[in-house]
Design a protein around this ligand. Structure first.
Ligand SMILES: *[C@@H]1O[C@H](CO)[C@@H](O)[C@H](O)[C@H]1NC(C)=O
Ligand SMILES: *[C@@H]1O[C@H](CO)[C@@H](O)[C@H](O)[C@H]1NC(C)=O
Ligand SMILES: *[C@@H]1O[C@H](CO)[C@@H](O)[C@H](O)[C@H]1NC(C)=O
Ligand SMILES: *[C@@H]1O[C@H](CO)[C@@H](O)[C@H](O)[C@H]1NC(C)=O
Ligand SMILES: *[C@@H]1O[C@H](CO)[C@@H](O)[C@H](O)[C@H]1NC(C)=O
Length: 946
């Protein structure tokens, strides 16, 4: 199909360099139209046929239409005037549902899009526009609704420059996936399609996204195609039009602006995706792209030449020439082809912002080459996880290209493998603009948590202002909508978020989100979304810090010294310990001292008390050290696949279907080091439990491994060979052999009956002497498991997943079924998880409900890779903040509870422990060292990861 679009060019035709292909249907149409005139308008026909001196009205109209079109084609990219108070209105505002009273937010701490301003401010907005920003106390409050903030933190509404919601709605169903125009895998270029045509203005994800403070999103086509189609910017407010109906037009940022004046964006992709989908190599993809661009260039040149000719002919007044010209035009021009190439031609005219999904240096380089060859400007490289390796190459392109990337999501495929947690900092140091974006469609890319990425990047060294800009003004500027959004300044759209804490602190959550001046959160719901249990302030101080980075020399000498067997280490400045024992709460302001000898705590007390025990020790002086038990992660696939989606990099994936004959054992395939291990180490995760990667109902037997990277299979790297037997129930378990949920449940029951007496791991799982972990999400499917447990109380049944667990929390507690919860910050992204809680400010956290019901639970993370593993303590802190848990309980969620639930039998006296500088329940704490509880060696010393 694509090939037919490229007409054969005659070798020599100097004046008209090419002939646009005229499709048969167009000729038919023209013949039809002319024919119609023949019948309906005989007078004009007479004129044409009898006298060349008169133009018929068709020809004249055609000429004038062409001139108008030419004017439009030459319309330069829109330049917006600088905004000033009162100088503009919000085109989205309407008098029926629009902001109907002036609102004054008084006494706010303000990040205005550029910096956190010193002092306190009053912000006044009216009819969806910010009217003024002045020092606290300065705003007139007559006839206004006043909200007293007492220093509460405001930011502009967040801007996400990469999302797919509305095009692919929650719950995700194959019937609503309208993101990639992939038909028969024959046309890798679909620049002619528009995501606008895919939008469904009812996607409930929109409201969830807005509840995370994200008010503006660029909705892009997917990345299967080299050119995927045009993107569009929306505001995340459903039913926002005058009639409060589900109308796509009402969602658009540029609703209210004439269609011809609206911004246009193109989604493109390089690298693995189009390569995989169309089975071309990179060189093949480049050729398809260049061929397409060349054709677009020809058409553009023809349009330009034809426009000049139109103007000349029209001006000449020569009727015969005009007539001849129009006739020729009708023959030459293919309206269909021009429509098909419209976006690409507009791209060449600089009227379309270009956003390229591109990860790797060689792909950036190639795309930059194309941009110079054909003369188009790239607004942003998206995903771009490896851009940190070539900041100068990106910079010297001269186009101020934005890197729209992820802060930590990585390692899921080859081109995401050389990611770097410090990428934001590195790019910023080279002056490359950095934006964080969601890629929203599944729970792990949930756009609601966009700000979490800025906070993570900040903890890895991206400066505070830049981190906040990365989700506000930088994406706004990149998309050239920074005259409307991304700032809290007079003349901007009144998209403003009030946060419950510093926006870069753990779990920062909106208390209110204004979009076009309209409050979108119900204060009562916000209030009830958080626990009533008062957790002491000191527990959640929301302090901000950046990871410490000692010098390499210092690190090397220190680590060599304390890495010796029997090393004696003295640590000063410990302010908090979560270990069991007498000095568990070190609250002295100067901090306590710990002496470690041969891996055992020889003294943990005041400096004076530890003086004698610390003779001849290596001293480590810390400021705000925290001691935690080594954390235990339930991993996605740690050790079984270095690059998550490439089975050649690890154990592979077992296609178990319903087959119970051969059990996959993770212990036989696990490798004990890699990039995810490094991330585990910087989070203080010393052990991980990994189940085999399988498709289908049986999940195999999990293993517990150490993450230090210093141990192997033969010398203690495996902490426990067989941890639990795993099964899956629900949509993830469906296979040819067990195509339904019911057949999975039946199989589970059959398994339990048939194996009860067997002397095997199956027998032990069936008689309750070995943990049986069942992955399930839906509350009704979970009830099936509860029923099984009620019938056979001896079973050691553990629920994994638990999207709907909060709905059966009491039943789980009564049946004594513990939960390894992956839905701590879950979302109703699939149909079986339709009742999963979106979390504050829209709902409670599941952790609170499980905790109140008395369910024993721990936290695990789910997803494609283990790239988030270092943030496990942050995940726990997040749960604690809203569920009313203490810091100790938070730590237990990712250590003791997991060990208990999975019967790891960790003895307190041989427990791993970790010393952090800083509080690991806040961003920016660093692991100083960890001690392996079994051999008493220092397992990690100032671990690093990228
Ligand atoms: C403004 O609109 C809100 C919501 O539609 C309504 O509750 C309120 O009464 C209106 N206020 C005024 C002053 O009209
Ligand atoms: C602003 O809030 C602070 C409390 O955070 C209060 O002390 C101060 O008086 C307030 N200022 C104004 C102008 O209301
Ligand atoms: C590049 O973009 C950044 C962020 O969007 C902006 O701050 C900077 O002024 C721009 N630089 C140039 C040279 O345009
Ligand atoms: C101190 O430790 C070093 C090496 O660890 C050792 O050589 C030295 O003898 C020790 N001194 C005392 C007084 O224990
Ligand atoms: C369960 O089965 C295993 C293996 O057959 C056996 O060793 C164990 O004693 C049984 N335990 C119970 C509680 O029946």
């Amino acid at each position: 199909m694509y090939k037919q679009l490229i007409p054969e060019l005659p070798p020599t035709q100097p004046r008209r360099q090419f002939r646009p292909k005229v499709s048969l249907s167009l000729i038919t149409l023209i013949v039809l139209v002319l024919g119609l005139q023949l019948i309906v308008l005989p007078r004009y026909v007479y004129r044409i046929s009898t006298s060349q001196e008169h133009l018929n009205s068709f020809q004249l109209a055609k000429l004038d239409a062409r001139l108008e079109q030419c004017r439009e084609l030459n319309t330069p990219p829109i330049n917006y005037p600088a905004t000033t108070a009162g100088s503009r209105t919000n085109p989205r505002w309407n008098s029926v549902t629009g902001q109907n009273e002036t609102i004054v937010l008084r006494n706010a701490t303000l990040f205005d899009g550029e910096t956190i301003l010193k002092g306190r401010f009053d912000i006044v907005f009216k009819k969806g526009i910010i009217e003024s920003v002045g020092t606290a106390g300065s705003a007139s409050i007559a006839d206004a609704k006043v909200v007293e903030l007492e220093g509460g933190f405001l930011t502009p509404g967040l801007v996400d420059m990469h999302s797919h919601h509305l095009a692919f709605t929650w719950p995700l169903l194959s019937s609503t996936d309208d993101t990639n125009e992939v038909h028969d895998r024959t046309e890798p270029i679909t620049s002619q399609v528009r995501i606008l045509d895919s939008l469904k203005a009812y996607d409930p994800a929109t409201t969830i996204i807005a509840s995370g403070g994200v008010t503006t999103s660029l909705i892009l086509p997917g990345s299967a195609n080299i050119m995927g189609g045009e993107a569009v910017v929306v505001k995340n407010m459903l039913n926002s039009g005058a009639d409060s109906e589900i109308v796509v037009e009402d969602l658009l940022l540029e609703h209210g602006i004439p269609k011809g004046q609206r911004r246009r964006y193109m989604k493109m992709a390089c690298g693995e995706n189009p390569r995989r989908v169309y089975k071309h190599t990179r060189m093949g993809n480049a050729w398809y792209f260049r061929k397409h661009m060349e054709r677009a260039k020809e058409l553009k040149d023809w349009q330009d030449a034809s426009c000049l000719e139109t103007a000349a002919v029209r001006q000449s007044g020569n009727v015969a020439a005009m007539s001849e010209f129009v006739n020729r035009l009708v023959q030459e021009e293919s309206a269909t082809e021009l429509l098909e190439y419209d976006s690409t031609i507009a791209m060449l005219r600089g009227q379309v912002g270009i956003n390229v999904h591109c990860y790797e240096p060689e792909d950036f380089e190639d795309m930059l080459l194309h941009s110079k060859e054909f003369g188009f400007r790239i607004q942003a490289f998206h995903h771009a996880l490896e851009a940190w390796q070539v900041p100068e190459m990106i910079k010297i392109s001269g186009e101020n290209i934005t890197i729209a990337t992820f802060a930590e999501f990585a390692l899921y495929k080859q081109e995401a493998y050389n990611a770097n947690l410090y990428a934001g900092k590195i790019l910023a140091e080279h002056g490359v603009p950095v934006a964080y974006k969601s890629d929203h469609v599944e729970v792990e890319t949930n756009a609601k948590y966009l700000l979490f990425q800025a906070a993570t990047a900040h903890s890895f060294g991206l400066a505070t202002d830049l981190a906040l800009q990365s989700v506000t003004s930088v994406p706004a500027r990149s998309m050239e909508i920074d005259h409307r959004v991304g700032f809290v300044r007079p003349g901007y759209d009144a998209d403003i978020v009030l946060w419950d804490s510093h926006p870069l602190s753990v779990g920062a959550t909106p208390l209110q989100v204004f979009i076009d001046g309209r409050a979108t959160l119900d204060p009562e719901k916000v209030e009830s979304s958080r626990s009533k249990v008062v957790v002491p302030n000191s527990e959640h101080s929301a302090a901000l810090s950046v990871r410490a980075n000692p010098s390499v020399e210092m690190k090397e000498s220190l680590c060599a010294e304390i890495g010796q067997p029997g090393a004696k280490i003295k640590i000063q400045g410990i302010t908090k310990s979560f270990l069991d024992g007498p000095s568990a709460d070190a609250s002295s302001s100067k901090g306590l001292t710990m002496v470690i000898e041969g891996g055992k705590i020889a003294c943990f007390d005041t400096e004076d008390q530890c003086l004698s025990a610390s003779a001849n020790s290596t001293l480590i002086r810390l400021r705000e050290a925290h001691v935690l038990p080594g954390l235990t992660a339930v991993s996605v696939a740690l050790g079984l696949g270095e690059i998550a989606t490439d089975d050649s990099t690890g154990d592979g994936t077992a296609n178990t279907g319903s087959d119970l004959e051969s059990i996959p054992y993770a212990k036989y395939g696990v490798h004990l080091d890699g990039k995810s291990f490094a991330r585990a180490r910087i989070g203080g995760v010393t052990k991980a439990i990994t189940a085999p990667k399988t498709r289908g109902f049986p999940g195999g037997v999990s293993v517990a491994i150490k993450t230090s990277g210093k141990k192997n299979i033969l010398n203690g790297g495996i902490f426990k060979d067989d941890v639990a037997l795993h099964f899956k129930v629900g949509s993830a378990a469906k296979s040819d052999k067990l195509p339904t949920v019911s057949s999975g449940i039946a199989k589970l029951r059959q398994f339990l009956t048939e194996n009860k007496e067997k002397d095997s791991i199956y027998g032990r799982a069936a008689n309750g002497s070995f943990p049986l972990v069942v992955h399930a999400e839906n509350e009704f499917d979970i009830q099936q498991l509860i029923k099984i447990k009620q019938e056979t109380p001896a079973l050691d049944l553990v629920l994994f997943g638990g999207g709907g667990a909060h709905l059966v929390a009491n039943e789980l507690a009564a049946a004594n079924i513990p939960v390894v919860l992956t839905a701590n910050r879950g979302a109703p992204d699939t149909f079986e998880k339709i009742n999963t809680l979106p979390g504050p400010p829209l709902s409670k956290m599941p952790a609170e409900i499980l905790s109140n019901a008395g369910v024993t639970f721990g936290l695990a993370i789910e997803g494609e890779s283990d790239s988030h593993i270092h943030n496990i303590p942050i995940e726990a802190a997040w749960a604690a903040k809203y569920a009313g848990l203490s810091s100790k309980q938070a730590v237990d969620l990712v250590s003791r509870n997991i060990e208990k639930i999975l019967s790891l039998d960790v003895k307190e006296e041989s427990r791993d422990f970790v010393i952090y500088e800083g509080n690991p329940l806040e961003f920016g704490a660093s692991v100083v060292l960890s001690v392996d509880g079994e051999d008493g060696m220092v397992a990690t010393c100032w671990p690093e990861a990228t």
